[in-house]
Design a protein around this ligand. Structure first.
Ligand code: AMP
Ligand code: ZN
Length: 113
């Protein structure tokens, strides 16, 4: 989508610090990190959010989580990290291209705010 920020990052039209890419998945540093590791993992396909994901998107959504796990391993935080998928503005979703937050590198509290 031309007017989607994260689609434009995938296309290289907007700069981002890429940390991972494969045929289906793209990951980059969050511009406003909430922890020493704060990476956004997204499907290259435009999916508005988890609410809008369809059965055909099971592979794309699953791949984002597995990529997050791989990035966590690469950073040596595989025993202590969190993946977060905000759904809807009330839960903090501000970009409407599905993304998995990978957050780690510090103590994480529960429940999240
Ligand atoms: P959410 O609030 O769950 O929709 O997450 C959107 C995330 O995208 C936030 O953590 C923002 O800091 C991040 N973000 C917004 N614009 C950019 C950008 N240009 N590059 C990297 N991260 C961004
Ligand atoms: Zn998009």
């Amino acid at each position: 989508m031309n007017d989607c920020l994260f689609c434009r990052i995938v296309k290289g039209e907007i700069p981002a610090k890429k940390v991972y890419e494969d045929a289906h998945t793209y990951a980059f540093e969050d511009i406003n990190p909430q922890a020493p590791t704060h990476v956004l993992v997204i499907p290259k396909k435009h999916i508005r959010g988890l609410k809008e994901a369809q059965a055909e998107d099971v592979d794309a959504v699953g791949r984002c989580h597995l990529a997050a796990a791989e990035i966590a391993r690469q950073r040596g935080i595989e025993d202590s990290y969190r993946t977060v998928l905000n759904v809807g503005p009330g839960a903090g979703q501000s970009v409407f291209h599905l993304h998995v937050h990978l957050i780690g590198g510090r103590n994480l509290h529960w429940p999240p705010g």
